[in-house]
Design a protein around this ligand. Structure first.
Ligand code: PEP
Ligand code: MG
Length: 322
């Protein structure tokens, strides 16, 4: 089977009835690019920039960040690279920021909330990204967006930094797509409004599931509630994809669900455009999609969206895929 998959490294990802999707990789550092290449990643769908900030005792400089972003953009040779701005907080702490302890860190001062408040940190990152943008196909996305006001505020800061760089005579790519992660239910529900203003969505199911089910993703005792195939989650995912398409935008997914064998048939049927997963899952996913008819998966979607439980959904997928 591994040998079969290896033949797919340089192939596009096309369903049995000719529908093309993009299989991208989640990375944490420029070193991860080797695995992306070896496994035939068609892009980077999520570059988690937190790792630049972690395991050290001070913030990374603009120059350090610039070098890392440039390395990833050059390494991907023009293929799309979606960089997520700093998503710190929740389970990811930065000791040197000395933030007050919170009762509910996952519901607290994290990600874009922190960046909009600590603007020095945010602006340094955006500057490094803008300067690196000329080295490849950069797309930027903001994590943990809950309201349109947050997106607009973050976009305004990005625009300000861009204008500053240009007035200093620095080169910045002309077109940088700007998107958001959809990991908070309020944003999924309001996706039709967001879709008018963003260039793309990337659905972060790791968090979207925990917030929808009100079940901490780190807590074993409530892990039975962590249900990617729950019809409730599937309906939210559908809302986001449909909202994007209605405005001519694309929708991706970068949570673990995007590389999950049971989820992929449903996501294909829902019309997801980009699947971003750990590099080692890509060839298996490509092989699976090549054997699926999108039209059949659309019928599967009609069934599962109207089911009552996760178990029923799993059964329906198994029946449709075999
Ligand atoms: C997600 O929430 O699905 C996601 C991809 O982000 P992270 O796992 O880094 O929170
Ligand atoms: Mg997340």
């Amino acid at each position: 089977q591994k040998a079969e998959w290896a033949k797919l490294v340089n192939e596009p990802t096309v369903s049995a009835d000719g529908h093309h999707v993009e299989l991208a990789a989640n990375i944490g550092t420029p070193k991860d690019l080797k695995g992306v290449k070896e496994n035939g990643g068609e892009g980077v769908g999520l570059y988690r920039t937190e790792f630049l900030y972690m395991g050290r005792d001070q913030l990374p400089t603009e120059e350090e960040q610039f070098e890392a972003y440039k390395a990833v953009l050059e390494g991907m040779e023009g293929k799309p690279v979606v960089v997520r701005t700093l998503d710190i907080g929740g389970d990811k702490e930065l000791p040197y920021l000395e933030l007050p302890k919170e009762m509910n860190p996952f519901l607290g001062f994290r990600a874009i909330r922190l960046c909009l408040e600590e603007q020095g940190i945010f602006r340094t990152q955006l500057k490094a990204l803008l300067r690196a943008s000329v080295y490849g196909n950069l797309k930027i996305m903001f994590p943990m967006i809950a309201t349109l006001d947050e997106f607009r505020a973050a976009k305004t800061i990005l625009e300000e930094e861009k204008q500053k760089l240009i007035s200093e005579g620095q080169k910045v790519a002309e077109k940088i797509e700007l998107g958001i992660m959809v990991e908070i239910p309020s944003t999924a529900v309001l996706a039709d409004q967001f879709a008018k203003e963003v260039d793309f969505f990337s659905i972060g199911t790791n968090d979207l599931i925990q917030y929808t089910m009100a079940a901490d993703r780190m807590n074993q005792r409530v892990s039975y509630l962590y249900q990617p195939y729950s019809p409730s989650i599937l309906r939210l995912v559908k809302m986001v994809i449909d909202a994007a398409h209605a405005e001519g935008k694309w929708a991706g997914m970068c949570g673990e669900m995007a590389g999950d064998e049971t989820a992929i048939p449903i996501l294909l049927g829902l019309g997801l455009d980009e699947f971003s997963m750990s590099a080692t899952s890509i060839l298996k996913a490509r092989s699976l999609i090549k054997n699926l008819q999108k039209s059949d998966m659309e019928k599967l979607v009609q069934q599962v969206l109207n089911m009552q439980t996760t178990d029923q959904v799993i059964e329906a997928v198994n029946a449709a895929v075999k």
